[in-house]
Design a binder for this molecule. Structure first.
Ligand SMILES: Cc1ncc(COP(=O)(O)O)c(C=O)c1O
Length: 456
């Protein structure tokens, strides 16, 4: 501990400011406006409770459709020839994919299971990416070759797919994933850019595979910098390829990783300062404030990425189409979780009927989301530990709620839980919530169509 403290002190000069240096606070008025919109529509979210019980996931088709339109408009305005593939992994409920398919996007699947779902929804345009595709998954891909492009992850996958396609006498369209970071854990994805010429040569020898394009993906982008930087290096690589190969590049798929415009919302423990304090065995901090890392709007992502594409890619591959694989950006705001208070164990401690197995990870220890008390709404946030009913102390929804009071039987909502929660849900201790799809186009006060889906 002393050595760590010493090195930190010598790096930062002042240990106290190093430990307290925090991320930007979340603007209070923006948070209030966010909370207000959900309180205003609370009857829309709770009307289903005359037939269904909490805990419950709510899917909002209007939000999904709006997000899809905004995303497509932003990129469509900048780049004429652009295609969109919803990354199913971000929320794998079939109705999320079904609703997004109605908006003209394709699907990005990362496993045989997700591909089967795409087939069951009759998705006409699918990309299949991901490391370690098994022979069974590749066989399914070959069977579905008419609707699918396989984004190859390695040299051995290329050979295995060729063998399977040849045995089925099928022609399969392929692309190749390029690694954006050859070190650390990200090196498991794709091939190295330096290996591209060798890969393309091998692909040319595969008589049942037709090479069409390149893919990369970078994650967790609050700004387009990572995508822009990689497009620049990719342009240099493409420039060195023989012209006849350049002409074969029909698409460059820039992956997903677009952070929603509201930015990343954090508890103290999720901030840099909180992480440092915890690494030193200290409490992450107790000032009960919320923090926000800002993200750029999607129009800015589209503008910067399009400029980079026009500068670095189109001069060498003029015929290529740009593809995007947004996940989080489309589904994050389109799913909410309804809970009830089961027990009040103190003025500052309540237990809800649902646990965080519904989101699959200890999300709210670091991420902040408002807990809305629909039974006693108020635009004030009160301190109270809102904990789930799992037999683990890490089952936390939040440390505050928005409302005038909180009592057993109250209905709570945790809004905007659509991304990397439902897909990660765990069969752990308590049953998983059911899923209810809100009626499309329903205004406050109108009736809500009841649709219940099993949770498989
Ligand atoms: C290849 C690929 N494409 C798209 C996505 C979707 O990313 P996001 O949900 O951040 O947009 C992912 C997420 O891991 C991915 O691995």
């Amino acid at each position: 501990m002393t050595a760590t403290l010493f090195s930190i002190r010598s790096q930062s000069g002042d240990i106290r400011s190093f430990l307290n240096q925090n991320n930007p606070l979340m603007p209070e008025e923006e948070l209030q406006a966010f909370v207000k919109q959900f309180f205003r529509e609370k009857s829309r979210y709770t009307a289903c409770l005359d037939q269904h019980r909490t805990p419950l996931y709510l899917i909002d088709p209007d939000v999904l459709k709006k997000k899809s339109r905004l995303f497509q408009e932003a990129f469509g305005k900048e780049l004429g020839n652009v295609s969109f593939y919803y990354a199913v992994k971000s929320n794998n409920h079939p109705d999320v994919a079904r609703i997004l398919l109605q908006t003209g996007v394709g699907l990005d699947v990362s496993s045989g299971m997700e591909l089967e779902m795409a087939v069951s929804l009759n998705a006409p345009d699918v990309v299949f990416s991901g490391p370690g595709k098994t022979d069974e998954e590749l066989k399914l891909a070959v069977e579905e070759a008419d609707r699918l492009v396989v984004l190859i992850d390695s040299f051995s996958e290329l050979s295995r797919l060729q063998k399977i396609a040849a045995s089925q006498k099928k022609m399969v369209r392929i692309g190749v994933r390029l690694s954006t970071n050859p070190t650390g854990l990200w090196r498991k994805f794709g091939i190295l850019v330096e290996e591209l010429p060798q890969f393309l040569q091998k692909a040319c020898d595969c008589r049942n595979l037709r090479f069409q394009g390149l893919q990369f993906h970078s994650s967790w982008n609050l700004t387009p910098d990572a995508q822009v930087d990689f497009l620049e290096s990719l342009g240099r690589i493409i420039a060195q390829l023989p012209q006849q190969i350049q002409r074969q590049i029909q698409f460059v798929d820039i992956g997903g990783g677009f952070w929603p415009p509201q930015g990343e919302w954090l508890q103290e423990a999720g901030t840099q300062a909180g992480i440092r304090r915890m690494a030193l065995g200290l409490h992450p901090g107790k000032n009960k404030k919320h923090y926000r890392l800002p993200a750029l709007p999607i129009e800015e992502f589209a503008r910067h990425i399009s400029l980079a594409v026009k500068k670095h890619i189109f001069p060498h591959a003029p015929l290529c189409r740009i593809c995007c694989e947004p996940g989080r950006w489309l589904c994050n705001d389109a799913m909410h979780i309804l809970l009830s208070v089961v027990d009040k164990k103190g003025e500052d401690l309540v237990i809800t009927d649902g646990g965080t197995n519904a989101v699959g990870w200890e999300r709210f220890e670091t991420d902040y989301f408002p807990v809305l008390n629909f039974s006693r709404p108020a635009l004030t946030e009160k301190n109270c530990h809102i904990l789930g009913s799992l037999c683990t102390p890490h089952d936390i929804w939040g440390y505050n709620y928005w409302g005038e009071d909180i009592q057993p039987g109250d209905i709570l909502m945790i809004p905007t839980q659509g991304a990397y929660t439902y897909s990660l849900r765990q069969n752990f201790i308590k049953p998983l919530p059911e899923v209810f799809v809100l009626e499309e186009g329903a205004r406050v006060g109108s009736s809500i169509t009841k649709q219940l889906f099993s949770n498989q």
